[in-house]
Write a protein that binds this ligand. Structure first.
Ligand code: UDP
Length: 334
């Protein structure tokens, strides 16, 4: 067991970051959150975590936190995540995801923080030549979001080669679900992700769900994705953290997914099963830039860290997402 680590969690008030904070607390570590609350929520941060409101580009604040809290490692979630927005406003993405990451990495290097876990994405692959996609396959992003994250991976690689510093970049596939104890979940206003939209529709917050494309080269013609429960993703971060500390010479770039996928129809069928109701589905054209299937090869993360998912069950993911969506309604109307 690794000793108690003081971990700076950037974006810890956001969807994945707030789950990582819970996982760190459960593993006996000490999370310290920095979040500018542009898309995150103060209430999403567990009470046992220290909270600083601010921006990761504020180098004086980061320096102060590192010293005040004796930070050992950084989990870096803060950034912008909406793919179509990245196409409309690429400079926002290169600033929030690349330039500000550079600033954070520099703060880490100059103030003695030697480990970083980085929130990367399957969008770094672009449209992969085949699925499941392995980490050594070509990374050719097709949007500024993917490029902005890949550029940060590259910086981390070069910095780790030059300094006493190691990192783990985790390339997330489709993150879904919510904390099984319903303490936090996907709370973004105007979210565009399939399961979030489907549970909103199931609770009557939307009239129907659009199915984007029915002529893909998949079994039922709709897009296939590898949906991973956010709590399994959070646990991968804690294992990665402990591995970076245990072996400070080694860095990693690893996929984070279940290694199998579900189509849009299968996801909507699961929501129907769980709610015992029928969502109205509107068949629409393809969304620009969507690949037929995007499935992780997760052999590397399993072999490297011994990571084993606990919630690899679509119906359970849907149940947790739905429970959280109900809870969110109460929070928003309170
Ligand atoms: N999708 C859909 N309707 C929606 C949102 C998404 O049919 O309202 C499809 C999308 O085309 C893709 C899959 O669901 O095949 C997952 O999309 P999402 O936006 O959740 O994640 P992405 O894979 O784009 O990161």
């Amino acid at each position: 067991m690794t000793h108690r680590l003081n971990v700076l969690v950037t974006g810890g008030a956001g969807y994945i970051g707030s789950h990582a904070v819970l996982a760190l607390l459960e593993a006996g570590h000490h999370p310290v959150v920095i979040d500018n609350l542009v898309t995150g929520f103060r209430w999403a941060v567990a009470k046992d975590a220290v909270f600083y409101e601010g921006d990761i580009s504020d180098t004086e604040l980061i320096q102060r936190i590192i010293h005040e809290q004796g930070i050992d490692a950084i989990m870096h979630f803060a950034g912008s995540v909406v793919v179509p927005e990245s196409v409309q406003d690429p400079l926002k993405y290169y600033n929030n995801n690349t330039v500000k990451s550079r600033s954070l990495i520099e703060s880490a290097i100059s103030h003695g923080v030697r480990h970083m876990i980085f929130s990367s994405t399957a969008a770094t692959y672009g449209i992969p030549e085949s699925s499941p996609v392995r980490e050594d396959m070509p990374t050719i992003p097709i949007n500024p979001y993917g490029t902005s994250k890949l550029m940060t991976e590259m910086m981390l690689r070069d910095v780790a080669a030059a300094h006493d510093f190691n990192f783990c970049a985790l390339r997330y596939f489709n993150v879904a679900g919510a904390d099984p104890l319903c303490r936090t979940g996907q709370s973004t206003v105007g979210a565009t992700h399939l399961l979030k939209i489907a549970v909103e529709a199931a609770l009557g917050k939307r009239a129907s769900v659009s199915v984007f494309g029915t002529d893909y080269a998949t079994a039922d013609g709709t897009g296939v994705r590898d949906y991973i429960h956010v709590s399994d993703l959070a646990s991968a971060h804690v294992i990665a953290l402990e591995a970076l500390v245990a072996d400070p010479k080694t860095s990693h770039t690893l996929n984070c997914g279940y290694g199998h996928g579900y189509s849009v129809m299968q996801v909507l069928d699961a929501v129907d099963r769980v709610t015992n109701n029928k969502l109205e589905r509107k068949m629409e054209g393809r969304r620009a830039g969507d690949p037929d299937a995007l499935i992780s090869d997760n052999k590397a993360i399993k072999a490297t860290f011994g990571w084993e998912p606990k919630y690899d069950d679509l119906d359970q993911i849907v149940q947790h997402a739905l429970a959280w969506e109900r809870r969110l309604t109460d929070i928003q109307t309170a």
